[in-house]
Each structure stands twice: as C-alpha cells, then as structure tokens.
Write a protein that binds this ligand. Sequence first.
Ligand SMILES: N[C@@H](CCC(=O)N[C@@H](CS)C(=O)NCC(=O)O)C(=O)O
Length: 72
Amino acid sequence: MSILYQNQKVIRHLNLNIIARDAQNRQGVFRAELLKETGKTQVPCLKITENGKVEWMSETVKIIEYLEKRFG
Ligand SMILES: N[C@@H](CCC(=O)N[C@@H](CS)C(=O)NCC(=O)O)C(=O)O
C-alpha cells in the first residue's frame, strides 16, 4: 500500500473535504510554498489552517493519527 493511498483511504473513510495540491510540479507555486514553509518538498504534507494559524504536518502516520483523532 502506498503512502498516498493510505492517506486517501482515510480521507475518504472520514468523508473529509481536503483540498489536494500538486507539489510535484517543480515550477509550481504549491511546491514553492511547501519548500518555503517546511524547508522540504516531502509529501504527503497536511496544511492545517485554523483560527488564523497555519501548521504544516508531515509523515503519513502522524497525518492519519491526527485526522482519525480529530474527525474519526
Ligand atoms: N516517512 C515519510 C516518507 C514520505 C516520502 O517518502 N515521500 C516521498 C514521496 S512518496 C517524497 O516526498 N520524496 C520527495 C522529497 O522528499 O522531496 C512518510 O511516511 O510520510
């Protein structure tokens, strides 16, 4: 099972409306934003915008744990 597949499965299972951004395009704005904010281009990465604050979360296991705990 791929990393992306695991995330997609959880997102579908929890029926979440998460916007997917393409960080693969080397000229793309989302890859540039990811690199600027996290210092890496590693995916998956969840950008959490809440109460005017932004948090970036990497690592599949952490992301799944967070989504399950928060929305499961
Ligand atoms: N330990 C990480 C591994 C993530 C990972 O290997 N991501 C790869 C793609 S599947 C990646 O982003 N490689 C490009 C990079 O790190 O810039 C996780 O489980 O999420």
